[in-house]
Design a binder for this molecule. Structure first.
Ligand code: SF4
Length: 327
């Protein structure tokens, strides 16, 4: 649980995609997660684990199959197509993974960044230009960049443009969907630092989706680990990173290189064995059972619930784990 007042809460959020013939892709299954005011929660897991679908369903960009989403205690309508959702849309934004395809190549940077202002805030052209100039400065670009086109910028600069576009409306909640994975390693840290600074100066609340745990831990207050559409562990970022409890979190962290060489040498390294099961034929019991080095008989039939860990060394940790080892 977050220690801050809840800003956005998913309760049993589920998103399945129909394949026909009675088959469904279980992209997100019964996920409950709260993000508190001014908190950054890192949502991590391998690709295909349902992280992006969860983020989009949370924002109403995908219709949910079951469950609910509350924003400041108010239940959100099911889909972005509803008028109620449009009223809340300015409060919630998304920063996309790919800075190459997410910016319209035919629009100038000024038009791209000002688009949300025109749609949701109804500001005049003169005011929009002023705000765009201010925001380009805040993300480390220059005001005169507004008359240029996206192809004139590097990947890192384009992601800064995407950040300015998302934040110019001063949203309360932002889903960052793998915002650094398409960037060079040297640029990733700059974008992470920028988001961290903006979080401090604006009091932003972020859900930061990524598969690179070592980067995410630097900006996150808490981390949530997702596997095959379900959460397996939630806890404070550093505690979870250095003292993982769920066997999947352990191997996920062990298989992720740590950028700090000192830390990398001190960590045990493990590789994840086996294949992630198909989200169409989700196995009974624990979804990680076919890859888990600690699997027991009960794991193959009984699904473990995400519950607070009682016997953790630090009683204030508020760690939650879905694993029969801790039942
Ligand atoms: Fe491994 Fe069983 Fe825990 Fe699943 S419930 S992670 S199979 S020990």
């Amino acid at each position: 649980m977050s220690e801050n007042k809840p800003l956005i809460e998913a309760r049993g959020l589920t998103r399945h995609f129909e394949l026909g013939k009675g088959q469904n892709v279980h992209a997100v299954d019964n996920v409950s997660l709260t993000v508190g005011e001014r908190e950054i929660v890192g949502l991590v897991g391998e690709s295909g684990s349902g992280k992006s679908t969860f983020g989009k369903t949370l924002l109403g960009l995908h219709d949910k199959t079951a469950g609910e989403v509350l924003f400041r205690g108010e239940a959100l309508p099911g889909s972005y197509r509803s008028a109620d959702y449009q009223r809340l849309a300015g409060h919630m934004q998304m920063i996309f993974q790919d800075p190459y395809s997410s910016l319209n190549p035919r629009m100038t940077v000024g038009e791209i960044v000002a688009e949300g202002l025109r749609l949701h805030a109804g500001v005049s052209d003169g005011m929009a230009r002023e705000r765009v100039a201010e925001w380009l400065g805040r993300v480390g670009l220059q005001a005169d960049h507004m008359s240029r086109y996206p192809h004139e910028f590097s990947g890192g600069q384009r992601q800064r443009i995407g950040i300015a576009r998302a934040l110019i409306l001063e949203p309360d909640f932002v889903v960052c969907d793998e915002p650094i994975s398409a960037l060079d390693v040297s640029v990733q840290a700059q974008v992470i630092n920028l988001l961290g600074e903006l979080k401090e100066s604006m009091g932003l609340t972020l859900l930061f989706i990524a598969h690179d745990l070592s980067m995410v831990r630097y900006v996150s207050d808490r981390m949530a680990v997702m596997y095959l559409g379900s959460l397996v562990e939630v806890g404070r970022a550093d505690e979870l990173y250095f003292n993982p409890k769920h066997p999947y979190t352990e191997v996920l962290i062990g298989s992720n290189p740590e950028p700090d060489p000192e830390l990398e040498r001190s960590r045990p390294s493990t590789a994840i064995q086996g294949e992630i099961p198909s989200p169409v034929n989700v196995p009974a019991g624990c979804r990680f059972a076919n890859r888990c080095p600690k699997v027991m008989d009960v794991c193959k039939t009984v699904t473990p619930e995400l519950i607070p860990l009682k016997n953790i060394e630090d009683a204030t940790s508020k760690r939650e784990v879905a694993c029969h080892l801790y039942a």
